[in-house]
Design a protein around this ligand. Structure first.
Ligand code: NAI
Ligand code: MG
Length: 342
């Protein structure tokens, strides 16, 4: 039998809880013989410590070579001179689509049977951070100004990605979320493009639109009306945390950053400095991100085995981390999943 081909991929353990949840994920990936040949690199605070840069050249070069990465959360110091490393990475590799699926994994929570995929535009909008202050009198920061940028090309590309995702993943409906009643240019253009693309898929994928504030309310009142949501960068950031809340919190929400030249998989949550190093962190979100990565490289079989084992571990064995009301440590939970793999 031919040896299975290894797939080179960059591994960034990340800051805070990153290294402990990454160890847990690698334990599970090892148990399913995941095909990745890891090139371990640093970023965030670990990057600053190692070479004075939160996004070191070696890390960028590695991703440029492998075009595939699994990354832990990276801490961005608030204020100071550093731009968000995550934002820089998404720009650097043109990772225009941020796909964030959420699904109920533990029955008996606030909501049953949630199954929603949020597609967030990942490189434009207000995240271009064209910001400045204007001084008035002796206050150098008297006025703050921020400009957002949305281009027709990018709006078309991201909405098309969402509809195509729906069509190829057995989804029925796409909801275009915007604030076109107030931000008539910035998000009006997004809605306009959304409507054009929706017409291309007419008869195949149902489409509607929601104003973001009403969408936030409806996600609480009746989340089952949503299937795939596509929205601009900032709204997507906010709504994806809200979606995580519907299924038990940030510990449950993975994300895939996808571009034509590279794909980076990560959890939606950050580095959780409040619980770092204590063995309390839930590795599920990063493990679900690793499953998306397996799907991405054509190993849906291994991803499916892991997802099944996760459900058995959570619900049959009741092995859960403290954020899910359990007592298991990060490592116990990973071992519990490995025991359930078949
Ligand atoms: P956070 O997501 O790190 O934490 C928010 C809350 O959720 C905390 O109470 C934390 O303990 C809890 N939490 C998060 N992940 C958890 C997990 N896996 N298991 C159990 N509990 C978990 O958000 P925060 O505190 O706003 O940000 C901390 C740092 O992370 C910041 O420097 C921020 O810039 C960075 N960040 C990085 C992201 C990334 O690398 N993609 C995304 C979001 C934030
Ligand atoms: Mg966020």
């Amino acid at each position: 039998m031919a040896l299975a081909t290894k797939i080179p991929a960059t591994l960034i353990p990340g800051d805070g809880i990153g290294p402990e949840i990454m160890d847990a994920v690698l334990m599970v990936l090892g148990a399913v013989d995941a095909p990745f040949e890891w090139d371990r690199q640093v970023g965030g605070l670990a990057g600053i410590e190692a070479c004075g840069d939160p996004l070191p050249k070696a890390t960028l070069d590695s991703i440029r070579r492998t075009r595939l990465a699994l990354k832990g959360p990276l801490t961005t110091p608030v204020g100071g001179g550093f731009r968000s490393v995550n934002v820089r990475m998404r720009e650097e590799f043109g990772l225009y689509a941020n796909v964030r699926p959420v699904r109920t994994m533990i029955p008996g929570g606030r909501y049953e049977e949630i199954d929603i995929v949020l597609v967030r535009e990942n490189i434009e909008g207000l995240y271009v951070a064209f910001e400045h202050f204007i001084a008035v009198g002796d206050d150098p920061r008297a006025v703050a100004i921020s400009q957002g940028i949305n281009t027709r090309a990018e709006c078309m590309r991201i909405v098309r990605y969402a509809f195509e995702y729906a069509a190829t993943h057995g989804r029925k409906k796409v909801t275009i979320v915007h604030k076109a009643n107030v931000l008539k240019a910035l998000t009006g253009l997004f809605l306009e493009c959304g409507e054009i693309v929706a017409r291309e898929y007419e008869g195949r994928i149902e489409a509607n639109d929601r104003i973001v504030d009403a969408c936030a309310m409806q996600l609480v009142m009746n989340p089952w009306q949503f299937d795939v949501i596509v929205t601009t960068n900032l709204f997507g950031d906010i709504l994806s945390d809200q979606l995580a809340g519907l299924v038990g919190g940030l510990g449950m929400a993975p994300g895939a950053n996808i571009g034509p030249d590279a794909a980076i998989f990560e959890a939606v949550h950050g580095s959780a400095p409040d619980i770092a190093g204590k063995g309390l962190a839930n590795p599920l979100a990063l493990l679900l991100a690793a499953c998306l990565m397996l799907d991405h490289v054509g190993r849906a079989d291994s991803a499916g085995r892991i997802r099944k084992a996760m459900l058995a571990c959570l619900n049959t064995d009741g092995v859960r981390t403290p954020d899910l009301g359990g007592k298991a440590s990060t490592a116990d939970f990973a071992q519990g999943i490995v025991r359930r793999l078949n």
